[in-house]
Design a binder for this molecule. Structure first.
Ligand code: ATP
Ligand code: MG
Length: 571
């Protein structure tokens, strides 16, 4: 490809609405352009890299025995009604009507469509196992699309669905995908970790997320410093501590805490440690239930754990008016005593004594509060989020917390969809058996963005060779000089003939500006052809990742470059 005839609009300035490095750099390197919130066009350079990631994904899916299909993006409502998700999926599901007023949605994921295929086409256990996958554009009307391709509304996903006769078979299919995912992300040049995850609204029995380590990641991951345990903080279990005998020693008192609404303010005002406070959070579920949840003053309520306990899809803090109505006080003074609500407590509370709670009265708190004597929660459960230093649920080690980007997700679905949609086959005895399913997603665009998030510097992108848009950038320093131009053209032709992907920078620009663009676009190997080098019979090679420079004799250059690129492709 010749730069002068290519479409590579680079930007000098960092666009102000791009917060994370990958988003900024993909805009600056002319890879993507925004069309609407969370909706992007891929320009040629971006598309080339996206295709590279797709190719790796396809190769590894094929190698694992999965079979490619392509399902529609527009999906009839009936299928989603059958699974029950038409009601439950919420606003991320973009619904639309056609001219006959029939309802459809834009597929955010394709369990329903693929289960429909399976129930029509799979008749016998002899056709199993089967794993169908596609690489396709998804739409989710995300509430906060951001970070460019990281959290788009329209995005490219690889989704695969396995069908097995029984759970043992499903476990094998799951393991194959897990292994394929490891190979895919390794080949993409990512530093990642597979962590235990919550199964969320897709439903199912077990799942792992593949997390790319990055400080800009939206997910928090807890991992043990001593053993292999790693889990999304959404799910990371907290060890039940042996409950020490409670020693209520204090009298119950009610103190004035004027204007002190936050736990920090109350603790400072009463001159007690935050750990001596218990927060009473009034929480509302998507199903309309309202409960009070108690967590220690310095802890965060974990929404996902609470959802699981309550069988809800979503929870949120009750609005101010409702808190006022239920507690008789403004927000900031809720407490468990006398509250006419289900009272759920984090397990940690069970070991507390002589603590502080809100008094359900403006500007008042109770101190010296004790369980049993003053109030009794309905239950104690693991309801808070893990923090660094918590004990590992598997061993004596301590948990560390780090941030990650979820690039892939594997789920054991069990029979959730096959049962709802009656997807069965006949077994060896001629009996109907409900299929066991698994589903497996990879965000293709997000994987690309994550690779850039992990591989960049001040000057720009540093592409890992296997997903770079071009393997070699050939900079012709002086296209008007016949010799320089001729030598560049010859090398260009030799490399192309060997199947090397070369971008020839034949623009009539100053060398400084060509090198700036070279660093910005991050093509792994830069080869410079200039007059002075030619006089000495050499080309200059420079690796983007290490800055390593080397001169090669003109006669050896093509062979040397081809060998080096091939080696780098293997990773
Ligand atoms: P998240 O928690 O980030 O919203 P999810 O759990 O909703 O992700 P899945 O339903 O498991 O995601 O989708 C499979 C994969 O698709 C994810 O692992 C991720 O890589 C990708 N993905 C999901 N949502 C988006 C999005 N809005 N933009 C880009 N990629 C996405
Ligand atoms: Mg999501």
């Amino acid at each position: 490809m010749r730069y002068s005839q290519y479409f590579l609009p680079t930007l000098k300035e960092t666009p102000s609405d791009a917060e994370v490095a990958s988003h900024q750099l993909m805009l600056r390197a002319g890879m993507i352009r925004k069309v609407a919130a969370g909706i992007y066009s891929y320009l040629p350079l971006g598309l080339r890299s996206l295709r590279k990631v797709e190719r790796i994904v396809r190769e590894e899916m094929d190698r694992s025995g999965a079979i490619e299909i392509h399902m529609p993006m527009v999906v009839p409502a009936e299928l989603w009604q059958e699974s029950g998700r038409w009601e439950h999926y919420g606003k991320e599901l973009l619904r639309l009507n056609d001219r006959k007023d029939a309802s459809f949605c834009l597929g955010p994921t394709h369990e329903e469509v693929v289960t429909d295929i399976a129930r029509r086409e799979l008749k016998s256990y002899k056709q199993l196992p089967v794993n169908l996958y596609q690489v396709q554009t998804k739409f989710r009307d995300e509430i906060r699309p951001r970070f460019g391709l990281m959290r788009g509304r329209e995005f490219v996903m690889k989704d695969a669905y396995s069908f097995d006769l029984d759970e043992a078979g499903a476990n094998l299919s799951y393991q194959k995908m897990y292994d394929a995912y490891r190979r895919i992300f390794t080949r993409c040049g990512l530093r990642f970790r597979a962590v235990e995850a919550d199964t969320g609204s897709i439903g199912g029995t077990a799942s792992h997320e593949f997390m790319v380590l990055a400080s800009s990641g939206e997910d928090a991951i807890a991992s043990c410093g001593s053993c292999e345990y790693a889990a999304n903080v959404e799910k990371a279990q907290i060890r039940t501590l042996a409950v020490s005998a409670l020693q209520p020693s204090a009298q119950l008192e009610t103190l004035s805490t004027p204007g002190r609404k936050t736990v920090e303010d109350v603790a400072a005002f009463l001159k007690v440690d935050l750990q001596k406070l218990v927060k009473t959070l009034i929480v509302q579920t998507d199903t309309g239930e309202v409960v009070a949840v108690l967590v220690r003053g310095d802890r965060e309520l974990n929404d996902i754990k609470l959802c699981r306990l309550l069988g809800a899809n979503e929870v949120q803090m009750a609005p101010e008016e409702l808190v006022q109505k239920l507690t008789g006080a403004p927000v900031g003074f809720a407490g468990p005593m006398g509250l006419k609500l289900r009272l759920l407590a984090d397990q940690e509370i069970e070991a507390m004594s002589d603590f502080v709670v809100g008094a359900n009265q403006k500007d008042m708190h109770h101190v010296g509060v004790n369980l049993g004597r003053d109030f009794t929660p309905e239950l104690f459960a693991d309801l808070r989020s893990a923090v660094a230093g918590d004990q590992c649920p598997r061993c004596e080690g301590a948990l560390e917390i780090w941030r990650g980007i979820e690039v892939g997700h594997v789920f054991k679905l069990g029979t959730k969809y096959s049962e709802a949609m009656q997807a069965t086959v006949l077994d060896a005895e001629g009996k109907d058996r409900v299929l066991y399913m698994g589903c497996y997603g990879i965000g293709v665009g997000r994987t690309l963005a994550s690779a850039i998030e992990q591989n960049h510097d001040e000057q720009g992108i540093v592409f890992p060779m296997p997903i770079a848009p071009f393997q070699v950038l050939l900079v012709c320093l002086n296209p008007k000089d016949e010799k320089v131009c001729g030598a560049s053209e010859k090398l260009y032709a030799d490399l192309e003939a060997a199947g090397i992907e070369v971008l020839l920078d034949d623009r009539d620009e100053r060398p400084g500006s060509k090198f700036k663009d070279a660093d910005l676009c991050g093509i792994p190997l830069r080869v410079t052809v200039g007059g002075r080098g030619l006089e000495r019979g050499i080309f200059e090679l420079k690796w983007r990742a290490t800055g390593e420079q080397q001169e090669v004799a003109v006669a050896d250059a093509a062979g040397e470059i081809i060998a080096r690129v091939r080696k780098a492709m293997e990773g």
